[in-house]
Ligand binder design. Sequence first.
Ligand code: ADP
Ligand code: MG
Length: 277
Amino acid sequence: SATDETVVLPPVPAGDPAASRSATLDAHEVSAWFGDHKVLDRVSLNMPAQRVTALIGPSGCGKSTFLRILNRMHELVPTASLAGQVLLDGSDIYDRGRRITHARREIGMVFQKPNPFPAMSIYDNVLAGLKMNGIKAGRGERDDLVEECLVKAGLWKEVRDRLRQPGGALSGGQQQRLCIARSLAVRPRVLLMDEPCSALDPTSTRRIEQTIGELSDEVTIVIVTHNMQQAARVSHQCAFFLAEQGTPGVIVEHGDTDAMFTSPQDPRTSDYVNGRF
Ligand code: ADP
Ligand code: MG
């Protein structure tokens, strides 16, 4: 349990880009299995600080598995195994002696389906990660943190007068922004997002995309999306995953988003980004 230690909240970045906690994430020759079924084969990808990296590719090619490896959620599946390294600013999150809770705190995750605690107040939802991580904060500090995170998630104006209402009372798009605020409260260095807009309407999608753009100065973002326009709008670089005919997923091509969309090097990338899959 994480409650046996008190962790001090890292300092607020205070809008200063130089104070960003954004870190570089490096996957090196990552392979993954579920039982005997190999689903990723030696995937390497550099995800730079202060950048948005989009993972694209057809369903079943291992994008979610890769994302879950990046914050040690993969190992929660009893049959799952992996090889390779994941480096956060150069240090391996899988090193012996490094706690899984540490990786989870540094590297947050937002899922396709918004999952706030529905009966818990909006205020307490934002702070839920603190308790889980054994982070102590005084009343004033908590109030400030709730406001700061809701502002960053683009939700503050809509909920500032109803912070005691349950999270479940919000619309789907608002719930997703609440989940983003909750992720930010523990001051992660990386935010992983697995198709965060797939369950949302176009207006909510745009608002989340705007939030992603604003957050990328402060936190490294890795987003899985099957929406090519979205990848083009929000990301600086793209990685195209593919698993052909029962073979494990690989990265066929990666590079700057503009280049990937205008002059893809591999014909399979070209087919995919142009909707021919
Ligand atoms: P994507 O996110 O690109 O759609 P996934 O990472 O979800 O792909 O899945 C990659 C492969 O791993 C698929 O063949 C899928 O069936 C398999 N897979 C995913 N999760 C599990 C699991 N918990 N147990 C067994 N196989 C899984
Ligand atoms: Mg997926």
